[in-house]
Ligand binder design. Structure first.
Ligand SMILES: Cc1cc2nc3c(=O)[nH]c(=O)nc-3n(C[C@H](O)[C@H](O)[C@H](O)COP(=O)(O)OP(=O)(O)OC[C@H]3O[C@@H](n4cnc5c(N)ncnc54)[C@H](O)[C@@H]3O)c2cc1C
Length: 380
């Protein structure tokens, strides 16, 4: 970076959301700087399971449905762009999902989810026992629904691929560069101040700092209700013959990778910003996995990790300009859905900053948009 270099857009936080915002803006010719307090893509976006549930724009009637659909429909093109330009395969696969119910409560959840899924054009099929056995011979469950369009990505590869692609598009990525404050005049931000005292000037500033966004925005007098919600995951080493599809039960799931790794997640814990892998979580995830796939009892857990989701009491992601500021934008609070919704989120921010019409309006995802507006969509 040259001394006194000025940017069109300065983006704070290089997770999936920040990388994609930087990517989309740079792709339109903007001069972008992307800063992270640590390494690129090593927080929630790295820790996630990479489940990408389907949604289709032809069916999407609400802004939130369009966010999901635009995101889902972009993944194929993004995977191809990253592979063709960087050689990195982000592991975008249509694995298909099987959602099981073992209790009345879970049965009701499946029934309740149907209208929202139909509204997004998603195929859902109830499975007879022999169909279920054919799809997943090792699964100890009898009631399930089949979601053939459900996809997955491998998060570390997506993030690495995006970082390389961003650099190719001219984005200046500054790692180990925490932003500690903003320099402003009246209601306009002129620069961010980094921990070592440097100023980075720009025309627009986008906060994509995940779970840390609320803390940072206190510096400009904004009370943005984002808080960290820890999630832990364990990973089995398998020969690829245990689970073949994404298996979902309530908030827990198993995700099989091409190379035989099998992710089992995830916990939901509100314990502040301290990330920790615990024996209790490991045991409960292991018990869950072995109940569903008894063949896992003798398999080895190879890794366990934790990440901090950007939790959000509003019940919807916050995407758009911050009230009272002319050039300060926010894109965060996606909670459990930040990977799947990052391509649509980036498209919105890039469209609005470059003054193009988009598939939603800034007020659709504003801090004061009531949760009821999103009804049950946020969780489905
Ligand atoms: C266990 C687990 C499983 C998940 N599974 C899925 C899934 O299957 N599908 C899905 O869609 N989502 C999933 N999620 C949720 C998803 O990971 C998050 O919603 C998403 O990653 C949020 O992305 P982000 O870019 O906003 O945040 P992050 O990836 O956390 O990125 C924020 C970045 O900002 C940086 N930063 C923070 N403060 C500053 C500062 N002051 N200065 C500079 N940089 C700063 C951080 O270092 C970090 O790199 C899961 C999450 C977890 C933890």
């Amino acid at each position: 970076m040259r001394e006194n270099e000025r940017f069109d857009v300065v983006c704070v936080g290089a997770g999936a959301v920040g990388l994609l915002v930087a990517h989309d803006l740079a792709d339109r010719g903007a001069k972008v700087a992307l800063l992270d307090q640590g390494m690129t893509g090593r927080e929630a976006s790295w820790a996630g399971a990479g489940i990408i549930p389907p949604a289709f724009i032809d069916h999407a009637k609400t802004p939130y449905a369009r966010l999901r659909a635009v995101s889902f429909e972009r993944f194929g093109a993004l995977a191809a762009e990253i592979l063709n330009n960087t050689g990195i395969d982000i592991g975008y696969r249509r694995t298909g999902g099987i959602e099981i119910a073992r209790t009345d409560e879970e049965r009701n959840i499946l029934v309740d989810a149907r209208p929202a899924r139909h509204a997004l054009g998603v195929s859902v099929e109830s499975l007879a026992q022999d169909q279920l056995r054919e799809l997943e011979p090792g699964l100890a469950a009898t009631e399930a629904e089949w979601l053939p369009e459900m996809c997955q990505i491998r998060n570390p590869r997506l993030l690495m691929g995006l970082a390389v692609r961003c650099r190719q598009l001219g984005v200046t990525i500054l790692e180990h560069t925490p932003v500690v404050d903003f320099v402003s005049h009246t209601n306009k931000i002129n620069a961010v101040r980094t921990k070592n005292g440097n100023l980075l000037e720009g025309d627009h500033f986008v906060v994509t700092a995940g779970a840390w966004s609320g803390e940072l925005l206190k510096r400009v007098g904004q009370n943005v209700p984002i808080h960290p919600v820890q999630g832990q995951i364990i990973v089995y080493e398998t020969s690829g013959n245990d689970a073949h599809h994404i298996i979902l039960e309530g908030k827990r799931y198993l995700v099989p990778r091409d190379d035989g790794l099998l992710l089992v997640g995830a916990t939901e814990e509100e314990i502040g910003f301290a990330k920790q892998v615990t024996d209790d979580a490991l045991e409960s995830l292991r018990a869950f996995a072995c109940e569903l796939f008894p063949s896992l009892t003798h398999r080895k857990v190879r890794h366990a990790w934790a990440g901090l989701r950007p939790g959000n009491k509003l019940g919807h992601p916050i995407i758009g300009p911050l009230p009272n500021w002319k050039n300060l934008w926010l894109a965060t609070g996606h909670f459990r859905h930040g990977l799947q919704q990052s391509p649509g989120t980036a498209r919105l921010i890039a469209d609005w900053i470059t003054k193009h019409r988009s598939f939603a309006e800034p007020e659709d995802f504003a801090i004061d948009t009531p949760a009821e507006f999103f009804a049950s969509e946020f969780q489905s």
